[in-house]
Design a protein around this ligand. Structure first.
Ligand SMILES: NC(=O)CC[C@H](N)C(=O)O
Length: 235
């Protein structure tokens, strides 16, 4: 079977096309979905892409979390469908309470764009199984509101239960608590992160300085992982 992975476009989404392309390059079939509908078109997995949904008004991701299609996203996530939120998509997942904590303005108050080193902390999620815990990857980071916050109890829980999926390496670019760059839920099907795997899927176009074996294409593993999860579940 070919895994059908939906990419939801919101008003202000920027990286939906890149996410679709990444899915195709990983061997899946991208399906374009629209925020204002209640139809997931039978997809096997979902990507909430990066961008500036609703112009980041109120808080980044806060309005998108109430978009009509989010009702179906929540149902699908509860049933175990792999859901990936990238940057603005991560902000939506947090605002929709599908992942714990919050994302606030970068500590230095500036928009940042850099090739970011990350350590894979949890390789047992639907989106990270093609990595090994401890792997270092480099993918682009570009946002204004990437500072991860949580109360002390939540922070202890995400650290203690292995829900931290990625940590920033080298520099902490935005003041995120405990260098947290990405999280998963307990079940491992919902993952969100601030950096952008969909921009590092083609040799010659992604960052070229990775210490890992997937130099320049470190983002591809996210999509191949989810495809394997979907195909494995159907077998
Ligand atoms: N690249 C993005 O998705 C940016 C997300 C959000 N608009 C921010 O600036 O934080």
């Amino acid at each position: 079977m070919t895994a059908r992975i939906g990419v939801i476009t919101f008003p202000g989404s920027l990286d939906d096309r890149d996410a679709q392309r990444a899915i195709r390059l990983a061997g899946g079939e991208p399906v374009a979905l629209w925020h204002g509908e209640h139809d997931l078109q039978g997809v096997d997995a979902l990507v909430l892409p990066g961008g500036f949904s609703y112009g980041d008004y109120l808080r980044a991701g806060a309005i998108a979390a109430f978009a009509p299609i989010m009702a179906e996203v929540k149902d699908a996530a509860a049933k175990g469908m792999p859901v990936l939120g990238i940057c603005n998509g991560f902000q939506m997942l947090v605002e929709a309470h599908l992942l714990p904590g919050g994302l606030i303005r970068n500590a230095h108050q500036q928009f940042i764009r850099r090739d970011q080193r990350l350590r894979v902390e949890n390789a047992s999620t639907a989106w990270t199984s093609d990595f090994t815990a401890g792997d270092e990857i480099v993918i682009p980071l570009k946002n204004a509101d990437g500072g991860y916050i949580a109360d002390a109890e939540t922070l202890a829980r995400v650290n203690g239960e292995g829900l931290v999926t990625f940590r920033y390496l080298g520099v902490n670019p935005n003041g995120s608590l405990d260098d947290i760059a990405g999280l998963t839920n307990e079940r491992g099907n919902v993952v969100g992160l601030m950096p952008h795997p969909e921009h590092a899927v083609e040799p010659g176009f992604g960052p070229g300085t990775s210490a890992a074996m997937r130099s320049g294409v470190d983002g591809l593993g996210f999509f191949t992982s989810a495809i394997a999860a979907v195909v494995g579940a159907a077998a």
